[in-house]
Design a protein around this ligand. Structure first.
Ligand code: CTP
Length: 397
């Protein structure tokens, strides 16, 4: 239901904080990836270690890092960019009031202000508090400001009252979360499509300290991933050891060698679209030494063997409706070589780029790409981000 969705669970200081532990588990069972932020008072009810262990992630409580001053102080911004949804459960009257008035005096409220995703508030408190004029007014205002509110349920409360104020059951919160995420999907020609983009170089190790690689920065692949996301796709970026930073908004998995990438591709093989911008090494050392090769010899010969051609493997098994977009890096006969690769690997489209031309290629922010496909041959020049979106618009719009 929430497969691959990224949710920040905000826990505030009410007795229902203990239920957030089960909610976290249920979110995970529904397929979501969870990060937890807690207000300091929430940690009086449940220890942050519980959430850290279950979410397999650090829990954000403090804005300032006393142990390492200055480190990670922009976490609220990165988390805000990372999430598809922010759920505050339970949300106390105090945090509700802070949200409505734009306060950001702790990690939870700071992250909330930075978040670009929809926000679901689950107000949970004692019945008398819930019905107070200020809470009613704050809830009304929060709704008007665009926050989603899941009304609390009536039932037996910690105070002993039987009144409205209970945190709804986990399933109700999950159902509402899934609806909100669906409603907020970017609408475009790739909405609902699963797109896998590969980026960066591979490393083929000879011994523990040396490898064969290439200078690919991963910038073109990241630009393709971002462009696919902007057209509505659910994107997974598979990247090698790259110098460019992967934006928090993009889901990513890492590989080192061509064999690692092959395994990742197999695990995603039912994706709708593959965009293979990675610069995959064609060969790897036949043997890999466990110890560092010493220089106590006059010569060293490295025997290489072929890596699997991952794109050709996908081409041989292409499902109906699946789209394969390859890249061709050439130093000569650009168009002819690219056309041959298009056919040989059973691709739908190929983006050919000339490596040795000015303002193009590996580490540059700009590029020149010749897009070849059914009845199409077009040239795009400019920033990699602009080219990426033009290529995908040309293919899918
Ligand atoms: N590719 C791949 N697996 C490989 C080699 C390349 O999936 N072992 C993919 C690349 O990601 C790219 C396309 O195939 O999308 C073409 O890569 P390129 O290096 O240009 O061509 P090669 O097929 O390796 O052929 P050559 O080295 O002879 O140019």
């Amino acid at each position: 239901m929430l497969t691959g969705k990224r949710i920040i669970l905000g826990v505030t200081g009410g007795i229902a904080a203990y239920k957030a532990v089960y909610l976290l588990r249920d979110f995970q069972k529904a397929g979501a990836e969870i990060r937890v932020t807690m207000t300091p008072s929430a940690t009086r009810f449940v220890g942050s270690e519980t959430f850290a262990a279950l979410s397999r992630n650090e829990v954000a409580v403090e804005v300032f890092n006393d142990a390492q001053p200055g480190k990670n102080w922009t976490k609220h911004i990165h988390w805000g960019e990372w999430a598809d949804l922010f759920v505050i459960a339970p949300c106390t009257a105090n945090t509700l009031s802070k949200i409505v008035h734009g306060q950001s005096d702790n990690m939870l409220t700071s992250t909330l202000l930075a978040a670009r995703c929809p926000i679901l508030i689950c107000p949970t408190m004692d019945g008398e508090m819930y019905e107070s004029p200020s809470v009613s007014k704050n809830l009304e205002q929060a709704g008007e400001m665009g926050y989603y509110i899941l009304e609390p349920e009536k039932g037996y409360l910690a105070s002993g009252l039987d009144a409205i104020g209970r945190l709804p059951e986990a399933q109700a919160i999950i159902n509402r979360s899934a609806e909100i995420i669906k409603d907020h999907r970017i609408q475009g020609p790739l909405t609902g499509k699963k797109v896998v983009v590969t980026a960066g170089p591979t490393r083929e190790f000879l011994d523990p300290v040396r490898f064969i690689s290439n200078p690919s920065s991963g910038k073109m692949g990241i630009a393709m991933a971002d462009a696919a996301r902007a057209l509505g796709a659910d994107v997974t970026l598979l990247h090698g050891p790259i110098t460019a930073a992967v934006p928090d908004r993009i889901q990513s998995e890492q590989f080192v060698s061509a064999d690692d990438l092959f395994e990742l591709i197999k695990s995603h093989r039912n994706a709708d679209i593959f965009i293979k911008s990675a610069a995959v090494s064609d060969f790897k050392p036949k043997t890999r030494s466990d110890q560092k090769e010493k220089k106590d010899r006059a010569e060293l010969t490295i025997e290489l063997e072929k890596n699997p051609d991952i794109l050709a493997w996908l081409g041989e098994r292409k499902n109906k409706g699946q789209v394969l977009i390859g890249f061709a890096m050439e130093t000569e006969n650009l168009i002819n070589n690219a056309k041959q690769k298009l056919e040989r690997k059973n691709l739908d489209w190929i983006c050919a780029n000339q490596l040795n031309s000015e303002n193009s290629g590996f580490n540059s922010d700009t590029n020149t790409i010749h897009l070849l496909g059914p009845g199409t041959q077009k040239e795009f020049t400019g920033q990699k981000s602009e080219i990426a979106s033009k290529i995908l618009t040309e293919i899918f719009d």
